[in-house]
Design a protein around this ligand. Structure first.
Ligand code: MRU
Length: 376
């Protein structure tokens, strides 16, 4: 792991959309290059890049949330496949496919919930199989890199489209609540839930965003508030437990979150705390929107019951930021995601259009043909 350069971001408000730092970048155009990523664990106090020159560094970065957010995890893993094969000189197609599988299985073990990871790895596998059967060995690694770049570029375009579709749902002057971070940091750029705000802003509409701090790792406080402030979108940080009170005071007209995996019936896994927000939103008559690209849908599972929920270390709750905040040895339960049943979701905003009502039929209608099997 090699930290590159960094600077203090405290009080830095002069960055505009066009200058937003790239979450992920493949350095050097050739297949011998490497992956540069923002180390998100250091934000908001420090913006520092990490250079990944081997697959182990990518695996560790995904596992420890240096890179996080469903689409960004998928993109990083795709580049990770290239790094995993880079040191090997492979000329035999069978051996190449064995090694490809080994690297893919390794990366697939980094985190379990975001389906974008498995979707991207499956794309890499399909391309690997195709080139192994049809081209010379010198073409294999460049072809994999080309696919990783394609996944990266497609995500960029999907986020822009999500922003445009989502912005149509927001009236001028609206106040919206979001949870976790579904912004540029979590994607190629621009984000999913945050893309809706960015796009509304680009269209000249005023939006105010309430930001849940998002316990235990504070992706809302550390990352979403940072991104919104960089773009000069008015925002107010609240503790997760304040959402009900803020809704009851009439301060919120919509809730928009991202997603990590959406089942065929619309049940949606997202950062822990999302489900509670959806229930609260329904109790207050506030529409609850999910913004996600088609790469986040898993049509191979019927409902949210089949979504694996990541369990994370107790220390994230008891001493998340270096200070013990609970008695040593206390028993802890730390699921990193929850599943919001489709009945609480008003609309899913995708790059292919709006899904409403949220049910299996409408999902198939809007994205059915655009989604590939994520099964590994
Ligand atoms: O644990 P994280 O930070 O990877 O969780 C991220 C989320 O839950 C996001 O809301 C989701 O991945 C969508 S990102 C566009």
């Amino acid at each position: 792991m090699e930290p590159i350069f960094s600077f203090d971001t405290t009080g830095d408000k002069d960055m505009h959309a066009s200058e937003a730092p790239q979450t992920l970048q493949w350095m050097d155009d050739s297949a011998t290059g490497y992956l540069r990523m923002i180390d998100q664990t250091l934000l908001p106090t420090e913006l520092r890049w990490l250079d990944c020159r081997d697959v182990r560094t990518v695996w560790e970065a995904i596992r420890t949330l240096r890179v996080r957010g469903a689409p960004a995890i998928g993109i990083a893993a795709a580049y990770g496949v290239c790094l995993g094969l880079q040191p090997l000189t492979l000329t035999d197609p069978e051996r190449f496919l064995d090694e490809l599988d080994r690297v893919i299985e390794y990366l697939a073990g980094s985190r379990p919930t975001a389906v974008n990871l498995f979707w991207a790895l499956q794309r890499m596998r399909l391309v690997g199989a195709e080139v192994a059967a049809t081209t010379e060995s010198a073409e294999w690694l460049p072809a994999l890199l080309a696919e990783a770049r394609k996944i990266h570029e497609e995500d960029r375009a999907m986020c822009r489209a999500i922003g445009r579709f989502g912005a149509s749902l927001l009236a001028d002057g609206v106040s919206v609540l979001t949870h976790c971070n579904a912004g540029g940091l979590a994607t190629a750029e621009y984000g999913t839930a945050l893309a809706v705000f960015f796009s509304a802003q680009d269209q000249g509409r005023r939006v105010h965003v309430f930001v849940d701090e998002t316990r235990p790792l504070l992706q809302g406080a550390r990352l979403t508030a940072w991104e919104l402030m960089q773009r000069e979108i008015p925002c107010t940080l609240i503790c997760d437990s304040m959402a009900g009170q803020v809704m009851s005071e009439g301060r919120i007209q919509a809730v928009i979150t991202g997603a990590d995996r959406i089942a065929a019936n619309g049940d949606t896994a997202n950062k822990i705390g999302t489900y509670s927000l959806a229930v609260l939103a329904q109790a207050h008559g506030i529409p609850f929107y999910v913004a996600a690209p088609t790469s986040t849908f898993d049509l191979s599972i019927d409902s949210g019951d089949q979504i694996p929920i990541e369990q994370r270390a107790a220390e994230e709750i008891t001493e998340g930021f270096g200070r013990l905040t609970a008695p040593a040895g206390v028993q802890v339960y730390n699921p990193a995601f929850d599943v919001t049943p489709a009945r609480y979701i008003h609309t899913i905003i995708t790059e292919q259009g709006l899904i409403s009502p949220v049910d299996a039929g409408r999902i198939r209608e809007v994205i059915g043909s655009g989604q590939r099997d994520a099964g590994l």
